[in-house]
Design a protein around this ligand. Structure first.
Ligand code: FPP
Ligand code: MG
Length: 343
């Protein structure tokens, strides 16, 4: 569809991935509208509680980063196909399922500006709702065929193993920063890489683009998650929709934390002071806020930001094999947006 054939006004925006008035921006926004309808229908249940709980997070908002990437990649083939919309809905359902579980594990009180599902219904309902969404994602994939089921299964295994590796932490002889970057590639990069692959496969685009786009997606995923580490430190709840300092309170070894520890071990006394705060009792809101502010103000946070930008630049370099044009430029803008966002 082009702007000339536009019908009803679009509910969703394509974001800064295409010139605002371009045909590409219109196609992406139109695709996202279709994805929203598919998502809502795919999560429908006949009983009130599972229905409400299944729609809770998707209705709270969200950037729809993964569906957008499916749609953008699909522009290299026929992006209007129904299968592309199903694939975009499936990846968002997988992502949503992980968020229900993640918020239980992180004991996160808010997500997307709304109370987390476990705050509303308790841990059991939140976990089971994640499972329900995952079941519905699997149903969509099964309709797309064995290639989709396989891609979903291999991606999900990596994602779960990444989360597990984060939980268990590095081995005694392992570099903590290298371990952490691998965790991010597995728990976030895997699904973002799969999003590009879903978009290419189900739009009928040339398979020669799959590997470069997977490489791009994986690196964008790491950049995205590194940016998240910074947002936890520097963004306010009204902007990010999450409580600042949640990672610190949960003792997540984010990149700024790992850099602070490394600098302190190397003799940096200001970093050592920050580490003392980080290792202190963070149960009170005052102590948490002091630790957050101290780490955010330390140069290690800027170093972590620079590392996020390096991953985004490397992601863009992976696009070399793609044809020049609006889609490649959109993917480049997408990588920049991922690291410069504040929510
Ligand atoms: C966000 O991490 C979490 C993930 C990217 C994936 C976590 C994976 C699981 C919880 C496995 C799910 C399993 C099933 C069966 C659905 P984060 O805490 O760093 O990001 P945040 O700041 O958005 O919370
Ligand atoms: Mg979390």
């Amino acid at each position: 569809m082009t702007p000339d054939t536009a019908g009803a006004p679009l509910r969703t925006q394509a974001g800064p991935f295409a010139a605002a008035d371009s045909a590409l921006a219109f196609d992406l926004a139109a695709g996202l509208d279709r994805v929203e309808e598919r998502l809502s229908a795919a999560a429908a249940q006949s009983e009130r509680l599972p229905h409400e709980a299944s729609h809770h997070l998707m209705q709270a908002g969200g950037k729809r980063v993964r569906p957008l990437l499916v749609l953008l990649a699909a522009q290299l083939g026929d992006g209007t196909r129904d299968e592309v919309i199903d694939a975009a809905a499936a990846v968002e359902l997988i992502h949503l399922a992980t968020l229900y579980h993640d918020d239980v594990m992180d004991d996160a009180p808010v997500r997307r500006g709304a109370p987390s599902a476990h705050e509303v219904w308790g841990n059991s309902v939140a976990i089971l709702t994640g499972d329900l969404l995952f079941a519905r994602a699997s149903l969509l994939s099964s309709e797309l065929g064995p290639a989709a089921v396989r891609l979903q299964a291999t991606t999900f295994e990596r994602l779960v193993l990444g989360q597990l590796a984060e939980f268990t932490g590095p081995a005694p002889d392992e570099d903590p920063v290298a371990h952490y970057l691998q965790v991010l590639a597995d728990k976030t990069g895997s699904l973002i890489a799969a999003s590009g692959e879903f978009g290419l496969r189900f739009s009928g685009a040339s398979e020669e683009f799959i590997e470069p786009l997977r490489d791009y997606g994986e690196k964008v995923g790491v950049a995205f998650q590194l940016a998240d580490d910074i947002i936890d430190l520097t963004s306010d709840a009204a902007t990010s929709g999450k409580r600042p300092g949640t990672d610190l309170r949960e003792r997540v070894p984010t990149l700024p934390v790992l850099y602070a520890r490394r600098a302190a071990a190397g003799g940096d006394t200001t970093a050592a002071e920050v580490v003392v705060r980080l290792d202190g009792d963070l149960t009170s809101d005052v102590a948490l806020e002091e630790a957050r502010v101290a780490l955010a103000a330390h140069p290690v946070t800027q170093e972590a930001r620079a590392e996020a930008r390096r991953w985004a630049d490397e992601a863009i370099a992976a696009l070399e094999a793609l044809p020049e044009g609006e889609v490649r430029e959109g993917l480049e803008a997408f990588a920049h947006q991922v690291v410069e966002r504040s929510s």
